[in-house]
Ligand binder design. Structure first.
Ligand SMILES: [Zn+2]
Length: 476
């Protein structure tokens, strides 16, 4: 069985990238009714509701209750893990008692799913018909996920809805720097794929940056779709070389976003920036919103049902995805931390009325240990914007509890005075928690298999009581 399972995964790993290319072209040239599934249209209908951004409205509350009841019934009827542990008659679950019913389900986490992944797959599906993916990607610590074709289109519907508000449509030209553009170092970094110019994130270095900007200029993208760490390198190069790229908007994904990054990107590109909180488990979707002094995330009630669980790290986000039918994750502990504000108020910045994560502290594996032995969210460390004038990228590294290193890839103009300025600024803010605080110049920051930068790397061995391991981050 294990051999057969490996074979599916191997075949899928080979075929998936080719299918993705064909699929994006098909989406553009064929009528929607031919390639999109019933669920895609269902999501669009929900997102098209008159008050789709107002969770306090009756239609939205009804919609969430209907989706939650359906999700729970499906889990009890078709998924052995829940059937064996929850003594509820699936037929008894209706929208009016959906939330109350949800509370009778156990909390689940990555370890529980990894121990018995098969038990989470619905008996309505054969694995042959499902698409395999992992959360945690190259690091090997993620969970295995099985999704139907429909469920990918559900995700697509939510993302498209988000992008559309920035003027995107299926004919838009996109400069994409990300995992799907990765090429070997001996090949040039750019290639065209339908309406996208794909750039290999591993080629974002002095040798190739001018070439990449030339190609991008010729291509004339309307949008840039990338990871914040890749955009840092590109923006820093544009600023230093006095060049620019005019785009209508920037779509960030897959990594944490820091306020300083948003400010820097706004300075360089003068374009609106779309970013969100989400993961490949598809449990929650939070729309990023920035009022100029802090970042919050508004959770879409039609995507997932959110709960907060308090523990030693803070407020963990627990999500129940409302569209995962083949492998439902109910009350899934995301290992991401952020407190959800009580009550519903209309956001003065974007106008949404949704439950809001007031401060995303990030992933459990990004918590540093202070010299007092307490936890400190790595995402909350402030970065000075002037750093991008002297370094292309950076990373925080903890090799022993209580200490912290700021690793930077220096540009040619980094002087000892500037180094001093960078480190003193950090000491001023952080010396109450960390000692020593040091600056380390490195020729490059090691990227994950998917070309992402880990903002925080912790090399202090395993932390008892968690599945955290040395220096590993999310690569979803
Ligand atoms: Zn807002």
């Amino acid at each position: 069985m294990a051999v057969r399972k490996d074979m599916y995964i191997k075949v899928q790993n080979k075929v998936q990238p080719h299918l993705k290319g064909m699929y994006s072209r098909a989406c553009r040239v064929l009528p929607e009714s031919l390639i999109m599934s019933r669920k895609y249209f269902e999501v669009k209908e929900y997102l098209g509701l008159e008050d789709a951004e107002d969770e306090s409205s009756a239609p939205l509350q009804t919609a969430q209750a209907v989706l939650l009841a359906r999700t729970l019934r499906n889990a009890l009827q078709h998924v052995s893990y829940y059937r064996e542990r929850v003594s509820l008659d699936p037929e008894s679950i209706v929208p009016a008692n959906a939330v109350e019913s949800l509370r009778k389900f156990p909390l689940i986490d990555k370890q529980e799913i990894s121990a018995r992944p098969e038990d989470f797959i619905s008996d309505k599906y054969s694995k042959r018909s499902l698409i395999y993916t992992t959360s945690g990607g190259s690091t090997g610590r993620g969970i295995v996920l099985w999704k139907s074709y429909d469920e990918y289109q559900v995700e697509q519907a939510f993302i498209e809805d988000m992008w559309t508000t920035y003027g995107w449509n299926r004919s838009s030209k996109i400069l994409r720097i990300g995992a799907d553009g990765i090429l070997p170092p001996d090949k040039p970094p750019c290639h065209r794929e339908d309406r996208r110019l794909l750039v290999s994130p591993r080629h974002l270095n002095e040798e190739w940056l001018d070439h990449i900007v030339d190609k991008a200029e010729d291509f004339g993208p309307q949008f840039i779709h990338t990871y914040p760490s890749c955009l840092e390198v590109l923006a820093s190069h544009l600023k230093a070389s006095g060049r620019s790229l005019e785009v209508k908007g920037i779509f960030l994904a897959s990594e944490e976003v820091k306020l300083e990054q948003l400010e820097f990107f706004k300075d360089v590109f003068q374009a609106p920036i779309c970013f969100f909180y989400g993961a490949c488990e598809h449990a929650l979707l939070g729309y990023g919103c920035c009022d100029g002094s802090r970042i919050t995330y508004h959770l879409n009630p039609m995507y997932g049902f959110a709960e907060n669980l308090e523990d030693e790290y803070g407020h963990e986000l627990v999500g129940t995805g409302l569209w995962n039918e083949a492998m439902p994750l109910i009350r899934y502990r995301t290992q991401d931390y952020g407190r959800i504000v009580d009550g519903l108020t209309r956001c003065a910045v974007c106008g949404r009325t949704m439950r809001t994560v007031e401060q995303l502290d990030g992933r459990m594996q990004n918590y540093l240990t202070t010299k007092q032995g307490t936890r400190f969210p790595g995402l909350s460390i402030v970065v000075d914007k002037f750093i991008w004038d002297y370094a292309s990228t950076f990373q925080f590294v903890q090799n022993q509890p209580g200490a912290i290193e700021l690793h930077i890839c220096p540009k040619g103009n980094l002087t000892p005075e500037v180094e001093q300025r960078i480190i003193e600024a950090q000491k001023k803010r952080l010396s109450g928690w960390f000692d020593p605080i040091t600056l380390v110049k490195v020729p490059e920051i090691h990227l994950t298999k998917g070309g992402k930068r880990r903002l925080v790397v912790i090399n202090e061995g395993e932390v008892p009581g968690t599945d955290r391991q040395v220096g590993q981050g999310h690569d979803g």
